[in-house]
Design a protein. Structure first.
Length: 358
């Protein structure tokens, strides 16, 4: 062993690495708990022993006991030594069970599970520079990301974000043409379409798996004003026919973002607008390292899916998850021919929102 190292610092670093490994294991075991309904059943039953919970949910007690103990050590469940019972706090329920909560994040376990399967293919990406497209991760990726990122489009887009754009809601009520570019599973698209039946909505997407989800969701939605378009067969028009174009967490994912912005400019009316949502970040890595509490998570997402997608085509730009910050967005929008740029008041821990106009 190198005698010049600090034993205390080395031990602390070793502990840090061990906690990272424990966190990875926790993702897998929490996913099992979510899939089996253990969190929801524990909330339903209240404080429970492993015997009573296993009986209530119909699972093997020994496996349930070990899982409960693990989850208590992960501080995701509560444990009362006086009764030998486990429980889930109201706060943990919001994060792990309540799909209608802004704090819900249990879908992240499924996202991790899916993205982790790509690890064997990443060394080749490091060697060649070519990453994996969203479809390379399989259909589960579209499902998991849909579940992870649906609170804002379901509850806040129509109620809070669209009204920030002067006169837009009145236009939507009368009837305009709207494009959601990179629409994914269509959650935002369908929620806007339900609220504004007089407007026509077009979802553009390139991922086969996302298109399948969007069409499935459309088939179950009470709307008649939505079209789902495969970009490979029906590209974004260049006739400046759209009054509103939306992109939600799209620009940083595409291989050729400058071309995308030019395409958006060619598709939008001279008096139209582009609602752009992208990941909040700072202009420099040093700032993200020092002041962005989500940087560790976001750079992980970038390597596993976002930057990978943005480099899945030769010569892809590879902006990365934190690469389309406000400074970059302003510069690229101006270069694409947009003349007006306004950051909306609404933002959250993950995203910033911009109104961009010709």
């Amino acid at each position: 062993m190198n005698q010049n190292i600090s034993r205390k610092k080395t031990e602390l670093f070793s502990w840090q690495v061990s906690q990272s490994i424990a966190a990875a294991m926790n993702c897998s075991l929490s996913l099992i708990g979510d899939r089996l309904g253990l969190y929801r059943k524990l909330n339903e039953c209240g404080p429970s022993s492993s015997e009573s919970l296993a009986k209530a949910i119909g699972l093997n007690e020994r496996w349930v006991r070990e899982w409960l103990r693990h989850q208590a050590c992960a501080r995701q469940l509560e444990y009362d030594p006086s009764t030998n019972e486990f429980s889930i706090s109201a706060e943990a329920y919001e994060v792990l069970c309540n799909r209608d909560s802004p704090y819900y994040f249990a879908s992240g376990f499924a996202v991790y599970d899916i993205l982790h399967r790509s690890v064997d293919r990443l060394p080749n990406a490091f060697r060649t520079g070519l990453g994996l497209s969203y479809d390379d991760h399989g259909p589960g990726c579209a499902h998991a990301i849909e579940s992870l990122n649906n609170f804002v489009p379901r509850f806040l887009l129509v109620a809070k974000i669209l009204p920030e754009m002067d006169g837009l809601c009145e236009q939507l009520e009368k009837g305009i043409r709207v494009a959601d570019v990179g629409c994914g599973a269509g959650v935002a698209l369908l929620n806007m379409a339900k609220e504004y039946p007089n407007s026509q909505f077009f979802g553009y997407e390139i991922s086969e798996h996302a298109l399948a989800r969007a069409r499935e969701n459309l088939s179950q939605a009470p709307v008649a004003n939505v079209s789902i378009c495969d970009v490979n067969e029906n590209p974004l028009p260049t006739d400046q026919s759209f009054d509103l174009i939306c992109t939600f967490d799209v620009v940083h994912d595409v291989p050729f973002p400058a071309q995308l912005l030019t395409d958006l400019r060619n598709a939008i009316r001279p008096d139209g607008r582009w609602l752009c949502s992208d990941i909040r970040s700072f202009p420099t890595f040093a700032e993200n390292l020092a002041d962005n509490p989500s940087a560790f998570l976001m750079y992980g997402f970038s390597l596993l899916v976002c930057m990978s997608s943005a480099m899945s085509t030769p010569n892809g730009a590879g902006l990365g998850t934190l690469g389309f910050n406000e400074q970059v967005a302003r510069k690229m929008a101006a270069e694409a021919g947009f003349g007006r740029f306004r950051k909306l008041e609404y933002e959250n821990a993950t995203n910033s929102y911009y109104e961009i106009r010709p």
